[in-house]
Write a protein that binds this ligand. Structure first.
Ligand SMILES: C[S@@+](CC[C@H](N)C(=O)[O-])C[C@H]1O[C@@H](n2cnc3c(N)ncnc32)[C@H](O)[C@@H]1O
Length: 231
C-alpha cells in the first residue's frame, strides 16, 4: 500500500525546523495550488547535492523558487551556482524576489523560457540537475540533458510516481491513463539507459535519481558555470 500523505507528514516531523521564508512560500503554494516539492524532498535535494559536492547545478521548473532555495543553499556549501529555468514569467519574477530575500541572489541565475528551447542552447557540463516541470515532457528534457551531464553527475526528476498511480495495481481515474502509461514507459527508458544507474525513491511524488557512470570531478569544469553560460 502507498500512503504518500501519511509518509510525507512523518518524514516532515524528522526534518530540522524551516525558516519563516520557506514556511511563507509553502503557505502561498498551498493557497495558489502551486505544486512545489515537499519539505522532505527539498531537504533531500540539498543533502544529496552537498554529499556529491556538486557545483554546477541546473533546475528545470523554478515556479516561485521554493526548491531553488534548497538547491542554492546546497550550492553555498559546495561553492557552486544554480541556473534555473521556467516559462511562467509571473512565477519567475516572484522567485527572483524570494531568492533575494533568502540572501542567495549571487548564487542563482534565472532563465525565462521553454526548457525545450533553452536546453539545446546551453554549453558546458552540469553535475547536478533537478527536473520538476511538465511530466509529459520528461523524456524530451532527458534527451537534451544527457549531453550536458558531467561524468558522475546526478539527475533528479520529481513526480515520477504520480501520486503512486504509476505503481501497477493502483486505482485511479481513467482520465490519467495516458500520463500513467507515459511515466511507466519513461521509467523503463531510464532503467535501460546505458551508462547510467537509476534508483526510484517513493517519497514526495516519487523521485528518480539517475547517476552518470564515471568518476565525479568535484570541480567546476571549464565553460560550465552559469555565469559563463550567460556571457
Ligand atoms: C511543479 S512547478 C515547479 C515547482 C518548483 N520546482 C518547486 O518545487 O518550488 C513546475 C514549473 O515548471 C514550469 N514548466 C513547465 N513546463 C516547462 C517548460 N517546458 N519549460 C520551462 N518551464 C516549464 C511551470 O511553469 C511551473 O512553474
Amino acid at each position: 500500500m502507498f500512503y504518500p500523505f501519511e509518509l510525507e507528514k512523518y518524514l516532515e516531523m524528522l526534518l530540522p525546523p524551516r525558516d519563516e521564508l520557506l514556511l511563507e512560500m509553502e503557505r502561498e503554494a498551498l493557497v495558489e495550488t502551486i505544486p512545489v516539492v515537499t519539505p522532505a524532498v527539498g531537504h533531500f535535494l540539498q543533502l544529496l547535492l552537498e554529499t556529491a559536492g556538486a557545483r554546477s547545478i541546473l533546475e528545470i521548473g523554478t515556479a516561485t523558487g521554493y526548491s531553488t532555495i534548497y538547491l542554492a543553499r546546497g550550492a553555498r556549501q559546495t561553492g557552486g551556482r544554480v541556473l534555473t529555468i521556467d516559462m511562467n514569467k509571473g512565477r519567475m519574477d516572484r522567485a527572483v524576489e524570494y531568492i533575494a530575500k533568502a540572501g542567495l541572489k549571487d548564487l542563482v541565475e534565472f532563465r525565462f523560457g521553454n526548457a525545450l528551447k533553452i536546453l539545446p542552447e546551453l554549453s558546458g557540463r552540469f553535475d547536478f540537475i533537478f527536473v520538476d516541470a511538465a511530466k509529459g515532457e520528461y523524456r524530451q528534457y532527458v534527451e537534451l540533458i544527457l549531453p550536458l551531464m558531467a561524468d558522475g553527475g546526478i539527475l533528479v526528476l520529481d513526480n515520477v510516481l504520480f501520486r503512486g498511480w504509476v505503481v501497477p495495481g493502483s486505482v485511479y481515474d481513467s482520465k490519467y491513463n495516458n500520463m500513467v502509461e507515459t511515466l511507466r514507459a519513461f521509467l523503463q527508458y531510464l532503467a535501460e539507459l546505458p551508462g547510467y544507474k537509476l534508483s526510484v525513491l517513493p517519497f514526495g511524488d516519487g523521485l528518480a535519481i539517475v547517476r552518470k557512470n564515471g568518476p565525479f570531478e568535484k570541480t567546476l569544469p571549464k565553460n560550465s558555470s552559469c555565469k559563463e553560460q550567460k556571457e
